[in-house]
Design a protein around this ligand. Structure first.
Ligand code: NAD
Length: 359
């Protein structure tokens, strides 16, 4: 094959250009996101860190703690590198740490906004435990910070990721028993502690924020609609020597579109965990409806809803990591968390004034 001079010059010029081209390294998309837990109390230690050993799309990469004595314990147990250990003062430096993709806030509720906003400003994605915060204004500030930084914000509503709860949600969407007329949801446990943040107003204690968001969120996902009015509410205690700043027991009734009635109850003094829905042509009960394992339902025509799940928190975190990796909406974003907090505020107003509150 003959080649003329002009073609020869063109092809060698192209070759030499190639040989001088800088090597461009295209970063491979991560298959597992690094999570840093902020606050190493009960939920991080007993539930989230073990669950992060089971997750497939994320892993425990870092910690943020104000308790130096916890650092060697966590480093040894989970092989956390010392460069991925932060405290509350220097956590902003996570911005420069490629090992960490998600900052998970697991602090007392009244500290969620401050640290979620700091986390969003690092440019990392943010997960926040329930309740989202103590006021809707603080929730909105968290949503705004996530939007401004173009990061995902997910609230730790583990049940919305749970397959039996998803069946309950489907019953609300499909309405196989006709209109849903009345739902009651009650959640509580006996808390023997006397001087914890759950009894402290400034830190976001009180049963309505802590346990109350379970029946409240459940009424909303069972009806598959938003309540229009708080009809009545009562916040009380049977142990005033312990619960003098915040309520120990919360009871509330909500009106839903079409006249459905939702009754919710939460308590720090009683073990209770059940939900029941009465419809036009049947009913269903879930008991437990919010435990860490074994959410179980039964319908009036004999269907048992009891899908096995190894670990709720692992499912939740894998779902939320997948939403980040695929740039899709997560199941329980900040906009979901703020809805409950707005209703908690209305329930508190209703309890105080004795008058129903329009939502
Ligand atoms: P916890 O009291 O056991 O832990 C709180 C952590 O925050 C501790 O490590 C503590 O040292 C730290 N902290 C930092 N500053 C503090 C301060 N000023 N006062 C008190 N603690 C401070 O609480 P927890 O039970 O782990 O709850 C943490 C969050 O997780 C809360 O939002 C709670 O509602 C949520 N939670 C969720 C579930 C669930 O099932 N999704 C279950 C339990 C707790």
């Amino acid at each position: 094959m003959s080649i003329n001079r002009r073609e020869f010059i063109k092809s060698t010029a192209a070759l030499s250009a190639v040989s001088f081209m800088p090597t461009i390294i295209i970063p491979r998309a991560k298959t597992s996101l690094g999570v840093a837990l902020v606050g190493l109390g009960y939920y991080s230690k007993d539930l989230l860190s073990p669950a992060l050993q089971l997750t497939k799309k994320c892993h425990l990469a870092g910690i943020v703690t104000g308790s130096p004595e916890k650092i060697p314990v966590w480093e040894q147990k989970y092989g956390i590198k010392s460069k991925n250990v932060y405290n509350y003062q220097n956590m902003e430096e996570i911005a420069n740490n490629d090992d960490i993709d998600v900052i998970y806030i697991v602090l007392p509720p009244a500290m969620h906004a401050e640290y979620a906003i700091k986390a969003a400003n690092t440019g990392k994605n943010v997960w926040v435990e329930k309740p989202m915060e103590v006021t809707a204004d603080k929730c909105q500030a968290m949503i705004d910070a996530a939007r401004k930084n173009k990061v995902q914000l997910a609230i730790g509503y583990r049940l919305q990721h749970e397959p039996n709860t998803q069946e309950l949600i489907k019953l609300g969407k499909d309405r196989p028993y006709g209109a849903i007329k009345k739902v009651s949801a009650e959640a509580g446990y006996v808390d023997p502690r006397t001087n914890h943040w759950k009894q402290n107003k400034a830190l976001g204690g009180g049963v309505m924020l802590d346990m109350g968001v379970y029946p409240l969120n459940a009424l909303r996902y069972t009806f598959q609609s938003e309540p229009t009015r708080v009809l009545n509410a009562e916040l009380t205690t049977t142990r005033p020597e312990i619960y003098h700043e915040v309520e120990e027991i919360g009871k509330f009734t909500l009106e839903f579109p079409g006249g459905g009635i939702g009754y919710g109850m939460a308590s720090f003094g009683q073990n209770i965990n059940q939900l029941s829905a009465v419809c036009d042509k049947g009913s269903y009960d879930f008991s437990p409806f919010q435990g860490y394992s074994g959410v179980k339902g039964k319908t009036s025509d004999g269907r048992i809803i009891n899908i096995p799940l190894e670990n709720q928190q692992a499912r939740q975190m894998d779902d939320d990591a997948n939403a980040i990796m695929t740039k899709t909406k997560n199941i329980a974003p900040g906009e979901e968390g703020i809805r409950d907090i707005r209703i908690v505020e209305a329930i508190k107003e209703c309890a105080k004034t004795g008058k129903s509150v329009k939502l």
